[in-house]
Design a protein around this ligand. Structure first.
Ligand code: ADP
Length: 485
């Protein structure tokens, strides 16, 4: 894939520590999920590399924090511009390592870059306040300062956007960062590091360490020099990292698993609901933490909606990420295909019906492919109701009324995204207030944007990314009292 790039300089396979590319003693393979081919081998720098990166970031901390907000904003803005200039190349790298269709991959690059741009603008608006104080002749005020070194640990499903969404604001408000990208998809992270280097971040401010999570993780979560751990990934690993970070009372921002309900009421515009579901569900082949996981349809409209969906899902083209017309690409690897196949088998064994799709296509297509699938007659005894499907499978659950659907939607330990289709303003308010989810799309299948808060309740996480909330996550609020004025 390197030869396809307009700028081959973006093809980086070594870690980036203290402004230098570091080979490491070991290498690991990155494979294309569409055809099992090796895409690259990448440096594995282990605990040693992670320690060097943390030291470099800590050494850069004071100077970066003292850099004026205007100067930091300028560098972050430059990074944004470079990402957009190289959107096509970054899309190719992302599609090759992750498997989402090329057009969607380029879309992710732009979506992720939006957070960098927003952060560059927001950096200039971080400020404190003056406050009334009870003591005569005294003055009080707050100042907002960067928390310090931030460890960013990111997953493979958005190899670019999960990095920019954390690092844009962290860097912009004055925090040096150490990124540990998922080992399935390190190339996007390293290409972003190359562009960050060109944008002019000082040495040590931007570091990417690649390799074994079990070696690197404890350094990034345990080092005294690290002030905060920002993580996106599974609830299981999030809990582990929080435990590791607890020993030194680090701040944590966790964006974890979801089990999104997609609620369709009987007054909804069914065509739009069907279009929205297909758009939200099959993006990244269903491998996103905000993917609709349980589709609740009110009894009176379920037959009509099922027909509308069946036509749409059957039309989706499963294929190579680089082929024209591909709607749905492969899953991240073949174990993921087996896991999804098991969820479907379990549902069928408990009485659900497969209306279209339902099968692995690994053998015929030579990559980690699973057919876009529609299932009817699902209920909460099936394992796909309580697990993140993380695959191209939509399952329909009938329900009777508002109270029942609120209860069913909340019947999960997760609370990240939820979706609601209705044209009744009362229902919009009652249901969005009744369901415990951090983000709710009403007649809208996607909720993330640079300006708005992204994050979950319950076991879906802690903290909010995006907008002004990100600036708060990565800053510390200090209070100063001046007496004897
Ligand atoms: P996913 O199922 O999306 O791969 P994970 O939670 O397993 O989600 O992984 C998300 C990120 O966390 C990846 O970068 C992975 O390498 C990293 N990770 C996994 N295990 C650990 C660990 N023990 N310590 C630190 N990071 C880890």
């Amino acid at each position: 894939y390197k030869s396809r790039l307009k700028d081959a300089g973006l093809w980086r396979t070594d870690s980036f520590i203290n402004g230098e590319w570091v080979k490491g003693d070991d290498r690991f393979d990155v494979n294309n999920p569409a055809n099992r081919e090796k895409v690259a081998d990448v440096a594995s720098v282990g605990a040693e590399g992670a320690k060097r990166a943390v030291k470099a970031a800590a050494a850069a901390n004071l100077a970066w924090r003292k850099t004026s907000a205007f100067e930091r904003s300028r560098i972050v803005q430059r990074w944004y511009e470079l990402i957009m200039e190289h959107q096509d190349d970054l899309g190719i790298i992302l599609a090759a390592e992750m498997g989402k269709p090329l057009k969607e991959a380029k879309g992710e690059v732009a979506y992720g870059a939006g957070f960098v741009q927003w952060a560059a603008e927001e950096a200039r608006r971080v400020h404190g306040e003056t406050l009334p104080v009870p003591t005569p002749g005294a003055r009080g005020w707050t100042i907002r300062q960067p928390v310090g070194v931030v460890s960013c640990i990111t997953p493979w499903n958005f190899p670019s956007a999960m990095i920019t969404r954390k690092c844009g604001p962290a860097l912009a408000v004055g925090c040096p960062i150490v990124i540990k990208p998922a080992s399935e998809t390190p190339l996007s992270a390293l290409a972003l590091a190359e562009l960050a280097d060109r944008a002019g971040f000082p040495k040590g401010v931007f570091n990417v360490v690649t390799g074994e999570a079990r070696e690197i993780g404890p350094v990034l979560t345990g080092s005294e020099e690290v002030a905060m751990v920002a993580f996106t990934g599974s609830t299981e690993i999030g809990a582990l990292l929080m435990e590791q970070a607890a020993k030194t009372i680090k701040r944590v921002a966790l964006e974890l698993g979801g089990n999104a309900p997609f609620i369709i009421m009987d007054d909804a515009d069914l065509e739009k609901a069907a279009d929205g579901l297909v758009q939200g569900k099959f993006r990244a082949a269903g491998q996103t933490c905000v993917s609709p996981n349980r589709v609740f349809v009110q009894e009176g409209v379920i037959d009509k909606l099922t027909e509308l969906l069946k036509t749409r899902v059957a039309k989706l083209k499963l294929g190579d990420p680089f082929a024209d017309g591909t709607d749905v690409g492969p899953l991240i690897h073949e174990e993921a295909v087996s896991r999804v196949a098991e969820l479907v088998e379990n549902a069928v064994s408990k009485g659900a019906r497969v209306l279209t799709g339902g099968k692995s296509r690994v053998d015929e297509m030579g990559g980690a492919y699973f057919e876009p699938t529609l299932i009817s007659g699902a209920d909460h005894s099936m394992s796909l109701a309580c697990n993140e499907i993380f695959g191209p499978v939509a399952a329909l659950y009938p329900f009777k009324d508002e109270d029942e659907v609120i209860r069913l939607a909340n019947d999960t330990p997760y609370g990240l995204a939820a979706y609601l289709y209705t044209r009744d303003a009362g229902r919009v308010h009652r249901i969005s207030e009744g369901i415990d989810f951090g983000m709710i799309g009403v007649n809208a299948p996607m909720v993330g944007s640079p300006a708005t808060p992204f994050g979950g309740m319950k076991q879906s996480g802690i903290g909010r990314e995006g907008g002004k909330w990100a600036a708060e996550e990565f800053t510390e609020l200090k209070f100063v009292l001046l007496g004897g004025v």
